[in-house]
Structure formats: structure tokens, C-alpha cells
Design a protein around this ligand. Structure first.
Ligand SMILES: [Fe+2]
Length: 236
């Protein structure tokens, strides 16, 4: 259910009760931009949790702040860190969580915590993290928003559906195997170093009640989301 409270927002869109998004075009390379999405989850303490902090401005920050106090920023994958410092400058008291290897990869960014299976209880209630094992260069963490069955993922799957821009976008999309499709990129698959471990992670995720998949790059999937995700991840 969506409320009317936030219809006047210019940069944020309400996806579901307590879930907001903003999307911008990320300059991937010359001739290609990709959609890049931040997701804003309202926590039970009336705070805001940001999954995948991406491009921000003073105006966007102002809208985000109308949702509540920004408490937590999660950079969910080793590939995503460009906009973290910007977020820290807007919300210096928010806790920045990274994934395994983030601090070493980005020594100029001050992470407060690394998300591990041991400290997931410190996460806001109702947000359940899952660790994708077997990809040491990626180390993605996906989050299930339990109340709505919404799975937030970073690069695990893309769903470009024409949302990429630029003259080289179709070529890059075709090479990645994700042109206009809900799919996992070939690059992601190539970085798998432990197939069994990855499979166990996928099965654990697919065991959950998933009604919707929101990815960092592409259109939100709501129809048969779990079955379609299962086909992609298990190759069936
Ligand atoms: Fe990404």
C-alpha cells in the first residue's frame, strides 16, 4: 500500500509502505550509462536505512531527511563506493557499513562497521541480510525487507529493460548477457570462485518469502519475482 504523504516528492518515489527509491544514470564508461538505484527503508525506530547509497545532491538529501533521521548506510558490494563520502558529508552521524574487504579496497573512506554473519543482529529489525559466498571480488550482501517480501540486491541480477543509455549500451548489454533482460551478468558468473558455496547462498535466499526484487541496476521485478529469480540463479 502506498501513502499520499510523499506524492509531492521530486527525487524519491515510494515503492511500497516504508520503501522509497531514487534512480540516476551512472556513467559506466564512455558511451554507456546505467540506471543506479538507492533504496531508502524506514526502520521501526523511525530512522532511515540506505541500501546502496548512490548519487546525491542537497535537494535529494533534503527529501531523504523528510523520511526520518538517516541512521545507517550500507554499501552492499565491493564494486559500489563512489558516493559514500558524499553521504557521510550529509549525515556524519549515520553509521556506514561495508562488506568484507571494503575498508582495504577503499582506505580513504571511513567505514564504521563491516557487515558479517556475526553482527547481523545489530541491523534494524525486519531487515535480514544474506551473504553471497563464493565471489571474493564481489562479496555482495542482499537484504530482505521481511514485511513486504522485498529483496534488495546490488549486482546479483540486472533488469535493464531499456534503462541503459548511450550508443554503446546495447553492445555492452549484449556482451554481459543482460540487454533488456532480467538476468545475471556474465561478468558476475565469471567471478564465481566456489560454485557450491554460491549455490548454498542462492538456496538460502530462495528459501525466503520473496514478492519483489529491487536491484541496483534496472527495473523492479514484481511479477513472479521469486520463480524468475530462481530460474536465473539456479539456471533452471
Ligand atoms: Fe553495480
Amino acid at each position: 500500500m502506498q501513502s499520499d504523504t510523499y506524492t509531492a516528492m521530486k527525487y524519491l518515489r515510494e515503492v511500497d509502505e516504508g520503501i522509497f527509491e531514487s534512480v540516476h544514470q551512472f556513467p559506466m564508461m564512455t558511451g554507456v550509462t546505467w540506471p543506479n538505484r538507492s533504496v531508502y527503508l524506514m526502520t521501526p525506530e523511525k530512522g532511515v536505512f540506505i541500501y546502496n547509497p548512490s548519487a546525491i545532491s542537497g535537494e535529494i538529501a533534503e527529501e531523504i531527511s523528510t523520511l526520518g533521521r538517516v541512521q545507517t548506510l550500507l554499501s552492499p558490494i565491493l564494486f559500489h563506493h563512489r558516493y559514500l563520502k558524499d553521504h557521510q558529508s550529509y549525515w556524519p552521524n549515520a553509521k556506514l557499513w561495508g562488506v568484507n574487504g571494503h575498508q582495504e579496497k577503499c582506505p580513504d573512506i571511513s567505514f564504521d562497521r563491516e557487515l558479517t554473519p556475526e553482527n547481523i543482529n545489530d541491523f534494524p529489525q525486519g531487515l535480514k541480510p544474506f551473504f553471497i559466498s563464493g565471489f571474493p571480488q564481489i562479496n555482495e550482501v542482499v537484504i530482505l525487507h521481511e514485511e513486504t517480501g522485498t529483496l534488495l540486491v546490488a549486482d546479483l541480477v540486472f533488469n535493464f529493460q531499456g534503462m541503459t543509455k548511450g550508443f554503446l549500451a546495447p553492445l555492452l548489454g549484449t556482451l554481459a548477457g543482460t540487454h533488456r533482460r532480467f538476468a545475471q551478468s556474465r561478468i558476475y558468473r565469471t567471478l564465481n570462485r566456489d560454485k557450491e558455496s554460491a549455490l548454498r547462498s542462492y538456496e538460502e535466499i530462495l528459501d525466503q518469502d520473496i514478492q519483489r526484487v529491487i536491484m541496483s541496476h534496472g527495473a523492479i521485478v514484481e511479477e513472479n519475482a521469486k520463480d524468475r529469480l530462481k530460474k536465473i540463479l539456479l539456471n533452471r
